[in-house]
Design a protein around this ligand. Structure first.
Ligand code: PMP
Length: 288
């Protein structure tokens, strides 16, 4: 496997960054997770735009243009003869001193890893996922805007650990008002009386690219979709629920906090969204 590292494609074993890189020392950096379907990179421009916004928000000057990033992503996939997979694009603050300050750090390190991915078994897309709300809250937007996809995932990691320790694969994270924010790596949607709801970004959700794709599908399917603050009660009493994310795609959620969602089986609307999403990802996207 070849890894893109600062302009070169190097063997996996040789792809190394310094222990003084602030991405490692402080989680000081930004990243994107991108999917490749049948030789097409899905929503590459949207991912690169989000990377630019994340970098701008943390005052990290990206060392490459959007076109250069796009070319590097495609080149890394081609070099690895990948036509279906997952691309992890990471930009760190770069090598610096031990102190927190980014002064004197750099240039930023650019890492692109293109590999295969299978987050959940196909069976879970048929049967649905069971999730549980956990004590660890999503970071307050005034501490770190949730729209910034930074290398700091510790609170999501803690939430994931809490869910796993009690036998669940995914955690439902709340904000400090007790509203639904998102899952550890996925956005949340519920269907109630024919209307699709998802938490607004200021509730602590990432502006998910899959979330956006699902909102577009809602328009295509003629299903009203609203961004609205949601509580756990809204999930417990919803007719259907599903999660969205680049790695998970659209996955049904059939149990929240030991309460069945609807009948306890993936609903028809969720199935329609999964089918449409799977069709769209193979039709849209940038050819390698
Ligand atoms: N929320 C978080 C915290 C995430 O890390 C992700 C990405 N895995 C998502 C939501 C979903 O975003 P996207 O659809 O862009 O992958």
């Amino acid at each position: 496997m070849k890894i893109y590292l600062n302009g070169d494609l190097v063997d996996k074993e040789m792809a190394m960054v310094s222990v003084f890189d602030h991405g490692l020392l402080y989680g000081d950096g930004v990243f994107e997770g991108i999917r490749l379907y049948d030789g097409c990179v899905f929503k590459l421009d949207e991912h690169l735009e989000r990377l630019e916004y994340s970098a701008k928000a943390i005052l990290l000057e990206l060392p490459m243009s959007r076109q250069q990033f796009a070319d590097a992503v495609c080149e890394t996939c081609r070099e690895n003869k990948l036509s279906n997979g997952y691309v992890r694009l990471v930009v760190t603050r770069g090598v610096g001193h031990l102190g927190l300050t980014p002064d004197g750090c750099g240039p930023p390190s650019v890492i692109i890893i293109a590999d295969e991915i299978q987050l959940y078994p196909e069976e879970l897309y048929e049967k649905g996922l069971k999730i549980i709300s956990v004590p660890t809250r999503r970071i307050n937007a005034s501490a770190l805007p949730p729209a910034v996809k930074s290398l700091n995932y510790l609170n999501n990691i803690l939430a994931k650990i809490e869910a796993k320790k009690v036998g669940f694969q995914e955690a439902l994270m709340l904000n400090d008002k007790g509203e639904i924010a998102e899952c550890t790596g996925d956005n949340v949607f519920v269907l109630s009386k024919g209307v699709l709801y998802t938490p607004p970004l200021d509730a602590g959700s990432l502006r998910g690219i899959t979330r956006g794709a699902v909102m577009d599908i809602a328009v295509e399917l003629g299903i009203p979709c609203r961004e609205q603050a949601l509580t756990r009660y809204d999930l417990w009493t919803a007719e259907e629920c599903f999660l969205t994310g680049t790695a998970a795609e659209v996955i049904p959620c059939v149990e929240v906090d030991h309460r069945k969602v609807g009948s306890g089986e993936p609903g028809q609307t969720t199935r329609d969204f999964i089918a449409k999403f799977r069709k769209n990802v193979r039709e849209d996207g940038m050819k390698l």
